[in-house]
Design a binder for this molecule. Structure first.
Ligand code: NDP
Length: 321
């Protein structure tokens, strides 16, 4: 066999909590999984400092350490973890068909099952002061990092359901929350808007956007621009949350796998099955609602179980999956 072509049972694309949990289960089921890590080995958690909400860590754990431990746990059962990007795929539509994936535009992997755990990327405003202070008070996940701002004044950017939900979450634990909405209305559902408007320590500012995040090492304030009057105003805050949407990392599957209009992979019912036999999706690539490490890990487990059952079914078709 050419070195540039390799046949495996289970290919796992992506190395966040979903991918590594899928790998732990797949390896223990003897599927000999190979994980391709993608560009950010360990996924989004490697950019988080403290993870306080993953069950089993009473004192919390830092994101990068947690991901190394998950990798080690997957490797302990025989998972092969490889640094590399899957740059193209050719997925079979047939039951029992072989799926092809190209690694770094070079080598081709042929896999009986594919588990997609490519995650999603939080969108940022991409202004220099925001980028400089990421990890120093600027965060894209209120549920992950809000706790560190307990009793403090914070701001949140965005007017969709995520921003409204996260603003309410923050209002419960922070002293004051300022919500910046760039238009004169919110995109969030009416129910979420009612909730936001009912919170006494939450102030919504419409037609407002971030002009600059203030602070040298950590966030100390925010300069807000009113995009109608062009007036600028500075407020004191210690945390800034960006909630302007996520982009699922699913571009390479477009046209082959069923997705919603924003690129999230559609899975069937409570399973991780996609529209293609033998191809499963887990973690943030298919979840725009919960997006937590623990829920990603849960669906990773489900994907491995679904893959195992699928392989058992095609090995003996009379067996009911
Ligand atoms: P959305 O795309 O719905 O909303 C993004 C928000 O961010 C909009 O208000 C948008 O403003 C604003 N925005 C975008 N770019 C910028 C920018 N550069 N500067 C300032 N503001 C910006 O994303 P969400 O993450 O809120 O929601 C994604 C999907 O998930 C939606 O379908 C939502 O309904 C769903 N969801 C459902 C939940 C639930 O049911 N519990 C919870 C969370 C999400 P503008 O309107 O001006 O474009």
């Amino acid at each position: 066999m050419s070195e540039k072509l390799e046949r495996i049972k289970t290919l796992i694309i992506g190395s966040g909590p979903a991918g590594y949990t899928a790998a732990i289960y797949a390896a223990r089921a003897d599927l000999k999984p190979v994980v391709y890590t993608g560009m950010e080995p360990g996924g989004q958690l490697t950019t988080t400092t403290e993870v306080d909400n993953f069950p089993g860590y009473p004192d919390g754990i830092d994101g990068p350490t947690m991901m190394i431990q998950l990798q080690q746990q997957a490797e302990r059962f025989g998972t092969e973890v490889r640094i590399g990007m899957i740059t193209a795929v050719e997925l079979s539509k047939e039951v029992g068909g072989i799926h092809k994936a190209v690694v770094d535009n070079d080598k081709t992997i042929e896999a009986e099952t594919v588990i997609i755990s490519t995650g999603a990327t939080a969108k940022y405003l991409n202004i220099p002061s925001e980028q400089r202070l990421r990890g120093g008070g600027v965060s894209a996940c209120a549920v992950c990092d809000g706790f560190f701002y307990k009793g403090q004044d914070v701001a949140i950017v965005g007017g969709g359901d995520t921003a409204a939900e996260e603003a309410s979450y923050l209002a419960n634990i922070c002293n004051k929350v300022t919500m910046l909405v760039r238009k004169d209305y919110m995109r969030a559902s009416k129910a979420m808007q009612h909730r936001v408007n009912s919170l006494p320590n939450l102030e919504v500012r419409y037609n407002s956007q971030v002009d600059e995040v203030l602070g040298d090492q950590v966030v100390e304030g925010l300069r807000i621009l009113n995009n109608i009057t062009n007036e600028k105003e500075e407020i004191a805050i210690t945390g800034l949350f960006i909630a302007i949407g996520h982009k699922p990392n699913t571009d390479i599957f477009k046209g082959q796998i069923d997705m919603d209009e924003t690129g999230y992979i559609i899975t069937k019912g409570k399973s991780t099955k996609t529209n293609l036999p033998g191809v499963f999706a887990c973690g943030d690539s298919q979840d725009k609602e919960y997006r937590q490490a623990v829920t990603a890990a849960g669906t990773g487990c489900m994907a491995a179980l679904d893959a195992e059952r699928y392989l058992a079914t095609i090995a003996s078709p009379e067996q009911v999956a």
